[in-house]
Design a protein around this ligand. Structure first.
Ligand code: MTE
Ligand code: MO
Length: 380
């Protein structure tokens, strides 16, 4: 079912009123019940993974990662500019975008810093636990269809996505106020898992998730999925913006030399939703271990579980169909646990055989955190 412009503006109004109410923090009253506050201004909120119920995370529970305050955009005057190495510069209104063929896609978005609290020594940056990740159904138009309308030149190598939000970053220092922006190489930009989305789980995109339009780059870490999209620049040179050089970059070894490259595709990873850290598990009974696993552009092949800190492994049961771009849910029935402390580890392997490393690779700096982390529980 396609969304018309009238529906869009109507639901958009309702959404902005609701989010307006949530902006002021009333003492003693959480503005976002059900999410863990990692930073108040700008708002950064984590999904408490123990609350995981089904494959789709409801909009109110989807983690929020924003570098600047939410820009207040009026959908009636908002336009998406398309410029650079193209035949014809465009300025698209929301009604023009809604006329392009619409597509709905389920995709997992994980922040590249998810799990940072597990790094030792402590790393700079938001101290995310396991919950800077979510899976939702996104509706929009493909970036390829917009690029097609603009007529991309043969010389194009990168597509820069720019948000309407901006500000000064202290560490590392930005050159004054800069907008949030990221690029996607032209090959990836033309793939149909790269959406410009105006709906999230069937509802108008909430303000904190990028209203009126955001990118959803299937299979990549969250920083590529630019929110509050305002401008697309097709570039004939590789883009070297702040958010993929000084920030969101890691060391790749080329000819033995560590070379900084932008963080892109998600690595395989499993998280344990239940039981939680230090939870008491009844001895001699059957306990259900439950969680999610994803592998970026690839599908999950299997999830292995260890209840002895990684010495022995057994296969978990996958509860949903493994597909690229979206997570699976899994469970494991732990029979007859014996009294004492136990360390649970969940390990994802993808369809290409890639899996999670036992130890942290320092070349990844403070991003792409998928080394195995045991969860200690008490059996009694
Ligand atoms: N314009 C803009 N887009 C952005 C960001 C931002 O700060 N500004 N944060 C990025 C990062 S780092 C992540 S992980 C995802 C988070 O998306 P969400 O807040 O909808 O969960 O948005 C990305 N898109
Ligand atoms: Mo992120």
């Amino acid at each position: 079912m396609d969304l018309t412009r009238r529906d869009f503006v109507r639901t958009a109004l309702a959404t902005s009123v609701l989010s307006g109410l949530a902006i002021g923090d009333e003492p003693g009253k959480p503005a976002f019940p059900g999410l863990t506050v990692r930073m108040h201004q700008p708002r950064n909120l984590e999904f408490p993974v123990s609350e995981l119920k089904g494959p789709i995370i409801p909009n109110e529970q989807f983690f929020v990662r924003s570098h600047f305050a939410v820009p207040q955009l009026d959908v009636n005057t908002w336009k998406l500019k398309v410029e650079g190495a193209i035949g014809k510069p465009l300025e698209l209104t929301i009604s023009e975008l809604l006329k392009l063929p619409q597509k709905t896609m389920t995709a997992t978005i994980e922040c590249a810093g998810n799990g940072r609290v597990h790094l030792t020594p402590q790393a700079l940056g938001l101290q995310w636990g396991q919950g800077a990740v979510g899976n939702a159904e996104w509706t929009g138009v493909t970036l390829a269809s917009v690029l097609n309308a603009a007529g991309v030149k043969k010389t194009a190598v990168d597509v820069v996505l720019e948000g309407a939000d901006s500000g000064i970053i202290a560490n590392p220092p930005s050159p004054g106020a800069i907008p949030f922006s990221r690029s996607i190489p032209i090959e990836k930009a033309n793939r149909d898992e790269v959406l410009l989305a105006f709906k999230m789980n069937g509802e108008t995109l909430p303000a904190s998730h990028g209203f009126p339009l955001r990118a959803v780059v299937g299979g990549w870490y969250g920083m590529a999925s630019v929110k509050w999209l305002s401008r697309i620049v097709v570039s004939d040179k590789p883009y070297q913006g702040f958010w993929q050089t000084l920030d969101y970059s890691f060391f790749e070894r080329r000819d033995g030399q560590p070379t900084l490259v932008p963080v892109q595709a998600m690595s395989p990873k499993a998280i344990l939703a239940r039981p939680g850290l230090s939870e008491i598990v009844p001895a001699g009974k059957t306990s259900r271990l439950f969680g999610a696993a994803w592998a970026g552009e690839n599908a999950i092949d299997k999830v292995d579980i260890s209840v002895d800190g990684g010495k022995t492994w057994a296969k978990a049961k996958l509860l949903t169909d493994p597909k690229p771009f979206q997570w699976v849910l899994w469970e494991y029935l732990w029979e007859n646990p014996t009294k004492g402390e136990a360390a649970i580890v969940a390990k994802a392997t993808d369809s290409k055989g890639a899996t999670q490393p036992a130890t942290r690779d320092a070349d990844r700096r403070t991003y792409m955190i998928n080394h195995l982390v045991p969860t200690a529980v008490i059996v009694k």
